[in-house]
Design a protein around this ligand. Structure first.
Ligand SMILES: [Zn+2]
Length: 372
């Protein structure tokens, strides 16, 4: 048996265009399930995948909602008919030991297209149940698709990687989809002030509506680091006999060498023997070697740490984020600012690359792919 599906497949060299291909997906084996995709989203990670040097074609996308059509014989955590989230992060430690194997799809010409874990840009996916979480019945399935990457990455970085507490100061550099999720989480845990930094005034306006207490357009101020220091005065003098200033936590949701270096310097200096410095958290995917000023790291006793998928365990963390959503303090639906039919996926990717997508964009799967 097999299921006719349509999948977005990118070519076998960097920046080749995406085609929609008809593919027969095999029935799920072992811990695999077959999910009929409802809606899926675009993320900067896919831009990195598309730009990668590779030998094989790619299947893409890693956050979606859908319905389970078939389950393999060893599946225990979900059932046929369940409404589910597809994510790329193993949902709990118990199942994570099956992670690390790439997903692959056999194309009509006999070659394989691959993904590191899941592929949600299409009508269906066969995936290990470790990437599939049941969703509550009363949830908006379009907004819920963002739980699979944007939310766990941004909110998880605040709650898990940094463990921000009430009254602590937070800076978010880059307030696209992931940055807004980090910002919303900082607001929900009671951080203050919560400062958004970006180059785009529209994105900063959006950040204010998500609870940012201050915004800094780093293209319009002379020295963004000085700007943050003036908004976050501290107590006493640092190792270099300068007044302590800077945020307790700075989340860099861009990942460029320049923004990582800025994040480190926007974090508060420590006070030698009295208090350690602030923390800079790299959330955006770095694509080049980092260059850091040595003083702030050593004498400021700042911490520089990476956060992949918000150090999240989705089964543990998503209920809290969904509670915020239901309480009205984390409006995930407002993160969706653009949508495209799957047929226009190349246009969607070009818009994301050009920075034309303010929050998060969705891809709608065409009706003709519903299971008959
Ligand atoms: Zn992602």
């Amino acid at each position: 048996m097999s299921t006719p599906a349509i999948l977005a497949v990118a070519g076998d060299h960097a920046d080749s265009p995406i085609e929609l291909l008809d593919i027969d997906l095999p029935d799920p084996l072992g811990h695999e399930v077959l999910v009929r995709i409802n809606v899926t989203a675009l993320c900067h990670s896919q831009l990195h995948h598309l730009a990668s040097v590779r030998k094989r074609r790619l299947v893409l996308g890693h956050e979606a909602t859908g319905t389970i059509d078939l389950v393999g014989p060893d599946v225990t955590s979900v059932s046929v008919g369940d409404t589910v989230l597809v994510t790329w992060v193993p949902k709990d430690a118990e199942q994570a030991d099956r992670a690390g194997r790439p997903a692959s799809v056999k194309l009509d010409d006999g070659t394989m297209a691959v993904s590191p874990n899941v592929y949600t840009w299409g009508s269906h996916i066969v995936a290990d149940e470790m990437y599939i979480l049941p969703l509550p019945d009363d949830i908006d399935l379009e907004a819920a698709s963002l739980l699979g990457c944007a939310v766990i990455t941004g909110a998880g970085a605040v709650v898990n990687t940094a463990d921000v507490g009430p009254g602590e100061s937070v800076v978010i550099i880059g307030v696209g989809g992931v940055g807004l999720c980090a910002l919303a989480a900082a607001v929900n845990v009671g951080a203050s002030p919560v400062i958004a930094v970006d180059l785009d005034d529209d994105k900063l306006e959006m950040a204010r509506s998500f609870g940012a207490t201050h915004t800094v357009n780093s293209s319009k101020v002379e020295d963004p680091i000085a700007e943050i220091r003036s908004l976050t005065p501290g107590e006493g003098l640092d190792f270099a006999r300068q007044p302590v200033a800077g945020a307790d936590y700075v989340f860099d949701c861009i990942g460029k060498p320049a923004t990582v270096a800025q994040a480190l310097q926007m974090a508060r200096a420590g006070r030698y023997t009295i208090r350690k410095g602030g923390m800079a958290i790299v959330v955006g995917v770095p694509t080049a070697a980092l260059q850091l000023p040595p003083g702030p790291l050593l004498t400021g006793e700042r911490t520089l740490i990476g956060s992949i998928a918000g150090s999240s365990s989705p089964a543990r963390d998503l209920p809290e984020f969904i509670d915020w959503w239901k309480a009205g303090t984390f409006d995930i639906g407002r993160l969706i600012t653009t949508r495209y039919p799957l047929e226009r996926v190349n246009e969607a990717v070009a818009d994301l690359k050009a920075g034309r997508i303010e929050g998060r964009a969705l891809l709608d799967v065409p009706d003709r792919n519903a299971t008959s």
